[in-house]
Ligand binder design. Structure first.
Ligand code: PT1
Length: 283
């Protein structure tokens, strides 16, 4: 994929390193010191193996409060401006807002990661005009409401149906097929069982033929199964990443870049061994 001039090679699985620019993550978001710390963290994640860095200024954890457009811009744009020229890998902008999409790509971002799958009014047109790839994610409800007793008859079927509808909306809005990625949205309006069912059957979504992005890192589904608090979810999260890559996922969004990268490249070597007739070379 061409991410605003920076290539993203998805012939092998990649880690998307998470760079949250929220007051709790980098003290005050926006000031000189927090911008510098965020830039350093972005560079460090590339050293650890990240193939793309995902920058977000609005939390989407269950119950998180929305952020104004100006606040979101103030948080993410300075970091993108400083990081884009010094990173060899692309930056994605994790946002639902059309104005943030436009400003982020102008500042050097090479992908749009929208947990709302471009459903905000004006988002399809804004994304189309940027020319960069777009990840369409499934979410039932909003981060404020999404965990209020979500129900599905067949979660895999319904998530697949939603993503197909969003693909059609994007194609109708002038975004070409080869710019789209899909994400089932683990933790976004799903019970623990729904999340496990989606991962169990992830190969069905991979069969749509679009690059698949997944994110489990530190999420409550791990806490629920394993009874672990948020600071102790790394290892089970890596197991989930491995299961996703085994079924065809292309990008794993994670805080734990080095461990996730090692696990998924090892998985890909096993998965692809029959195609690899001239010896194993993972790096
Ligand atoms: C994701 C994702 C994302 N996740 C994409 N973007 C978050 N494409 C932010 C919990 O249950 O999976 N894919 N951007 C983070 N969101 C959550 C959701 C964090 C649920 C935590 C939980 O703990």
């Amino acid at each position: 994929m061409d991410c605003a001039g920076k290539p993203l090679d998805l012939s092998r699985p990649e880690v998307m390193g998470i760079l949250n620019i929220t007051p709790d993550s980098f003290s005050d978001g926006g000031d000189f010191f927090s911008t510098n710390r965020a830039v350093e963290r972005g560079r460090a994640m590339v050293t650890e193996g990240a193939g793309i860095i995902d920058i977000g200024g609005e939390s989407s954890r269950p119950g998180a409060e929305p952020v104004t457009e100006q606040e979101e811009l103030d948080r993410v744009i300075p970091v993108i401006e400083q990081l884009a020229p010094v990173l060899e890998v692309p930056i994605s902008i994790d946002t639902r807002k059309p104005a943030v999409m436009r400003a982020a790509v102008n500042a050097g971002a090479g992908m749009i990661n929208d947990i709302n799958a471009l459903r905000e009014p004006g988002a399809i047109e804004a994304a189309m005009k940027t020319g960069v790839p777009v990840c369409l994610m499934h979410m039932r409800g909003t981060p404020q409401t999404m965990q209020d007793a979500p129900e599905y008859t067949d979660v895999v079927e319904e998530v697949g149906q939603f993503l197909q509808e969003r693909i059609l909306a994007c194609l109708a809005g002038g975004i070409s097929r080869d710019r789209l990625l899909l994400d089932p949205g683990f933790g976004f309006g799903k019970t623990v069982v729904h999340n496990l069912q989606l991962l169990n059957q992830l190969h069905k979504l991979a069969a749509f033929g679009y690059p698949l992005l997944v994110g489990f890192s530190r999420k409550s589904m791990i806490g629920a199964v394993m009874d672990l608090d948020i600071d102790n979810r790394t290892h089970p999260g890596i197991a989930l990443a491995a299961l996703a890559v085994w079924q065809g996922a292309h990008i794993v969004r994670s805080h734990d870049v080095r461990a996730t990268w090692q696990a998924i490249r090892m998985c890909a070597a096993v998965r692809d061994v029959l195609d690899n007739r001239d010896g194993v070379k993972v790096r």
